[in-house]
Design a protein around this ligand. Structure first.
Ligand code: COA
Length: 325
C-alpha cells in the first residue's frame, strides 16, 4: 500500500460578515448568549449569486496552486456537501468542468459535518491501492441557503465556506488511520425534512418552513461529546498512538463547549486544540476542512506533527483521522 498525504491546501470564505450584533436585530438573541453558549462571534455569508460550487472552485484553485499541480493532474474530485447547487448533477461535476480537470472522476459525498473526513478517507483508499495518483477533496457549504432566519435556535449557528486538500503519494507520514461510523437511529435529531423524494417541494412545504434545518441541539450536544471522544480514542488505537502523541486536534466546529468537553475527556490542553468557530460558526463539512487548511497556513502544524481530525454530524455520522504531517 502507498502512503497518502496532503500535498496542498486551500480555502475560500465569502466576504460578507454577519456578526452576532446583526443577528440581535433579526431574532430575539444577544451577542452574550451566542458567545457564551457556542463560542461564535461572527460567520460568513455567500452572496445571492454564489452557490456551493463557487466556493468549492475558489478553494480548489488555491489547493492546486499550493500543491503545484495542474487540474489535468487530478484523477479524482470528491466534494463533501449537504448544500449542493441542485440535487443533481453533483457539485463535483461542476467543479470538474470549471477546472477543466479532464481526466478526473467526480462525485459528491453526503455525510453532513463529518463529510470532509468521509471524503478524505475515500480518496485515500483510491490512492493507497494505486488506482489513482492525485485527488482533490473539498468540503463546501452554503448553509445560509437552508437556514431559517426566523429560528433563533438554529440561525445563530451556521455559516458558509469551503476548504480543500490535494491528496497524493508521500514518502513519509501521511494519513495513518481513519475511522468512520454511523448511527442512523437518531436521524430525527438533525435534518432538513422537505425537498427530497419523501416530501417533495410544494406550496405547503414552503409555508411550513420544511426546507430549513431542524435541530434538537440539546440532545445532540450530549451525543456529540460522547461520540467525538469515542471516535478519537478508536482512531488513535487504530494508528497505534497515544494521546500524548497528538500535537494538534482539529475538531468539527459546532460549538466550542462541545470541543472543550471532548478535550477535557481526552486530557488535552487548550494549546493542542484548533478553533476557528469564533470567525465562521458551523459550516458543516467545510468546518473541519477550513480548520485543517488554516492550521497548516498559520504554521500550527509542522512537519512530523501528529494531527487528529474529529468530526460529528447529522445522520448521525462521525469520522476521525490521524495524519502525520
Ligand atoms: N438566543 C437566546 N436564547 C436562545 C437562543 C438564542 N439564539 N437559542 C435558544 N435559546 C434559548 C432556548 O429557547 C432555551 O430557552 P428556555 O430555557 O426558556 O426554553 C435556552 O436558550 C436554552 O436552550 P438549549 O437548547 O438548552 O441551549 P443549549 O445550551 O443546549 O445550547 C445549542 C443550544 C444549539 C447551542 C447547543 O445545544 C448545541 O450546540 N448543540 C449541538 C449542536 C451540534 O452538535 N450539532 C451537530 C453537529 S452539526
Amino acid at each position: 500500500m502507498k502512503k497518502v498525504g496532503i500535498i496542498g491546501v486551500g480555502e475560500y470564505l465569502p466576504k460578507k460578515v454577519l456578526a452576532n450584533a446583526d443577528l440581535e436585530k433579526m431574532v430575539d438573541t444577544s451577542d452574550e448568549w451566542i458567545t457564551t453558549r457556542t463560542g461564535i462571534k461572527e460567520r460568513r455569508l455567500a452572496s445571492n449569486d454564489e452557490a456551493a460550487s463557487d466556493l468549492a472552485i475558489a478553494a480548489a484553485k488555491e489547493a492546486l496552486s499550493s500543491a503545484k499541480l495542474a487540474p489535468e493532474d487530478l484523477d479524482l474530485i470528491i466534494v463533501a456537501t449537504i448544500t449542493p447547487d441542485m440535487p443533481f448533477p453533483s457539485v463535483a461535476s461542476i467543479v470538474q468542468n470549471a477546472l477543466s480537470a479532464k481526466k478526473a472522476a467526480a462525485f459528491d459525498v453526503s455525510a453532513a459535518c463529518a463529510g470532509f473526513v468521509y471524503a478524505l478517507s475515500t480518496a485515500q483508499q483510491f490512492i493507497s491501492c494505486g488506482v489513482y495518483k492525485n485527488a482533490l477533496v473539498i468540503g463546501s457549504e452554503k448553509l445560509s441557503s437552508v437556514t431559517d432566519w426566523k429560528d433563533r435556535n438554529t440561525c445563530v449557528l451556521f455559516g458558509d465556506g469551503a476548504g480543500a486538500c490535494v491528496l497524493g503519494e508521500v514518502k513519509d507520514g501521511g494519513i495513518v488511520a481513519t475511522y468512520l461510523g454511523c448511527d442512523g437511529s437518531n436521524l430525527n435529531l438533525l435534518n432538513l425534512p422537505a425537498g427530497g423524494s419523501r416530501i417533495p417541494a410544494s406550496h405547503e412545504t414552503v409555508d411550513q418552513r420544511l426546507h430549513y434545518i431542524k435541530m434538537n441541539g440539546n440532545e445532540l450536544f450530549k451525543i456529540a461529546v460522547r461520540t467525538m471522544t469515542d471516535a478519537a480514542l478508536t482512531v488513535l488505537e487504530k494508528a497505534g498512538l497515544k494521546f500524548s502523541d497528538i500535537d494538534l486536534i482539529i475538531p468539527h466546529q459546532a460549538n466550542s463547549r462541545i470541543i472543550m468537553a471532548v478535550a477535557k475527556r481526552l486530557g488535552l490542553t487548550e494549546d493542542k486544540i484548533f478553533l476557528n468557530i469564533e470567525k465562521y460558526g458551523n459550516m458543516s463539512s467545510a468546518s473541519t476542512a477550513t480548520a485543517l487548511v488554516e492550521a497548516a497556513k498559520e504554521g500550527r502544524i509542522k512537519k512530523g506533527d501528529i494531527v487528529l481530525l474529529d468530526a460529528f454530524g447529522a445522520g448521525l455520522v462521525w469520522g476521525a483521522a490521524v495524519i502525520k504531517w
